[in-house]
Design a protein around this ligand. Structure first.
Ligand SMILES: Nc1ncnc2c1ncn2[C@@H]1O[C@H](COP(=O)(O)OP(=O)(O)O)[C@@H](O)[C@H]1O
Ligand code: SF4
Ligand SMILES: [Mg+2]
Length: 362
């Protein structure tokens, strides 16, 4: 996982250069593992027997981002802003309405079930709820071994041995192979879900709020497990969360979403130290600060009103109905996500000024 490191230029691969290979040149061109361009998902709203379409939920509305090999991209935003939909589009559990999804340079946006089958090995998803995502009638062995059967693969040494190895890898007792999900705690169940996701040695793992359903006391353990597994297995992560506290220590870069849009996307240090979008500032002001002195100094921003409906999102900037900086232009013109500094993209007509580096303590 990343350390705050000013010497690394934004955009450089921080940890994927094997020894003996040449370091990248001054302007490194890393081919992203995942490239998402103009991704859209509208869920139609239909009415009557003829199911006439009367509107649509604009769940994901034109988002673009890259994920580089070996990095963790955090995705945050309030409930309903389209994070899970984004995850399900990328893992192709949902069909996009528009835009493209490229994995290792290959367009997978509209691959059918058959076309996606080999890709399922490379792209895996960890779900939010470890209670409903595991079949209660199946043993842990059956659950974690399912990906092998679905892909028709027999791992070296057989499925049972490999499943037991996976259970050990995620910190579970390999002897508990024959137990059922209800015999495990929430945190242990999420470990089972992680073991299943890792069975086929994926390259990309999308974790959708992997610890939100767990006790606060064990959230850190599961996040740390994901972190350790990334280093051990060379995984690339997209980790979805609804607030900025959980993913702080594991994300290299963070995308902030609001009502189906990415409003800010930058490296961890800039996002936590010098956020430029008013919405990010508001989210950050809600993150618990352990140090009482810093807590006292901090300005709390309480957002007024609720998140508007994604069925008819506000005109112009979607955040204007809740933004304390909104002006007329915000109501009429949609701000485009633009790089205001190297590696720091913001969609706002009146972004926060960039603080001097000394003030921007991450
Ligand atoms: N299958 C679906 N059909 C209709 N609307 C959906 C569906 N899935 C999600 N939505 C809507 O899309 C919006 C985004 O949902 P979601 O991606 O689950 O957000 P998040 O994960 O950020 O909470 C919400 O308004 C939600 O109600
Ligand atoms: S564009 Fe305007 S309304 Fe939107 S976040 Fe920026 S200042 Fe606020
Ligand atoms: Mg969700």
């Amino acid at each position: 996982m990343p350390e705050d490191n000013e010497a690394v230029p934004v955009g450089a691969p921080e940890k994927t250069i094997p020894l003996g290979e040449e370091a990248p040149s001054a302007t490194p061109e890393v081919r992203p593992l995942l490239r998402v361009e103009g991704l859209v998902k509208h869920f139609p709203i239909t009415k009557g027997l003829l199911r006439r379409q009367v509107g649509a939920v604009h769940a994901v509305d034109d988002i673009s981002f890259d994920v580089r090999p070996g990095e963790t991209l955090g995705v945050v935003g309030e409930s309903g802003c389209g994070k899970s939909t984004m995850g399900r589009l990328v893992t192709r559990l949902l069909e996009p309405t528009g835009g493209t999804i490229e994995f290792e340079g290959r367009d997978i946006s509209h691959l059918g079930v058959g076309g996606m089958r080999p890709m399922r090995r490379d792209i895996q998803m960890i779900f939010q709820d470890p209670y409903s995502s595991l079949n209660p009638r199946h043993t842990v062995g059956t659950i974690v071994g399912a990906p092998f059967r679905l892909q028709g693969i027999t791992p070296d040494g057989g499925v049972k041995k490999e499943v037991q190895r996976l259970l050990g890898l995620v910190g579970l007792n390999p002897e508990h192979y024959n137990r059922y999900p209800h015999e495990f705690s929430g945190g242990q169940r999420q470990r089972i879900g992680i073991a299943r996701a890792l069975a086929l040695k994926p390259k990309l793992v999308i974790a959708d709020e992997p610890v939100s359903a767990l006790d606060v006391s064990i959230q850190a353990q599961v996040v740390n497990l994901l972190d350790d597994l990334q280093d051990e297995l060379g995984l690339t992560y997209v980790i979805i969360a609804h607030d900025l506290s959980v993913i702080r220590h594991v994300s290299d870069r963070i995308a902030v979403m609001y009502l189906g849009k990415i409003v800010e996307l930058t490296d961890r240090r800039s996002l936590y130290g010098a956020p430029m979008h008013p919405y990010t500032k508001a989210l950050l002001s809600a993150v618990p600060v352990p140090d009482p002195r810093r807590r006292a100094q901090r300005e709390r921003i309480l957002l007024k009103g609720d998140v508007p409906s994604p069925i008819s999102p506000p005109s112009g900037c979607r955040f204007h109905t809740r933004c304390w900086k909104a002006t007329e232009v915000c109501r009429t013109d949609e701000p485009v996500l633009t790089a205001l500094r190297t590696g720091h993209q913001v969609a706002c007509h009146h972004p926060e000024p960039v603080e001097s580096p000394g003030e921007a303590a991450a």
